[in-house]
Design a protein around this ligand. Structure first.
Ligand SMILES: [Cu+2]
Length: 167
């Protein structure tokens, strides 16, 4: 990430585009997770990029348990990454950020799942649902299980492994 320049209350990247970002840290269920997610102002919307390491090994689903990975990945409504209950962490981040009251699968904060490559995930994608500064003070959550993009209200993505406040 090129956090090149801070002026007028805003970070700009090397190309002079406004950015916001979240530093991601794993909670008690996956303490090795660390990384960054950043939001770049581009024409018609935002480019979202994630660079995350320390994800847990993939485990396939069984009859009684959901798979571990690929990982549900969302913007949640509150910028509060306090762990709270260590067996069910990051509940203070609230539910999905959903400013236009859409069903899950079409929340402005519904992102593609993160695929782990021996613990590392790298992805960039485009969204026209918000500009980088509109998500300031929200949080990013990485979940244990994949998002099914249909279960309400949160895609059945399971426990919250990691959190970061967008700044
Ligand atoms: Cu989530």
């Amino acid at each position: 990430m090129n956090l090149m320049n801070y002026s007028g209350n805003c970070w700009f990247n090397a190309a002079g585009r406004k950015i916001t970002y979240a530093i991601i840290k794993g909670g008690p269920l996956a303490p090795n997770i660390n990384g960054v997610v950043y939001f770049v102002d581009i024409p018609e919307g935002t480019q979202v990029c994630a660079n995350v390491n320390g994800l847990p090994p993939f485990k396939p689903a069984t009859n009684s348990s959901d798979p571990i990975g690929p990982h549900g990945f969302h913007i949640h409504e509150f910028g509060n990454c306090e762990v709270g209950d260590p067996s069910n962490p990051f509940q203070l981040a609230g539910g999905h950020w959903n400013p236009d009251n859409q069903p899950h699968g079409n929340h402005a904060g519904d992102f593609p799942v993160l695929f782990s490559n021996n613990g590392a995930a790298r992805t960039c994608f485009f969204t026209n649902r918000f500009k980088p500064w509109e998500v300031l003070g929200k949080s990013i959550i990485i979940h244990q299980s994949p998002d099914d993009y249909r279960s309400q209200p949160a895609g059945d993505a399971g426990k919250r492994l990691a959190c970061g406040v967008i700044q």
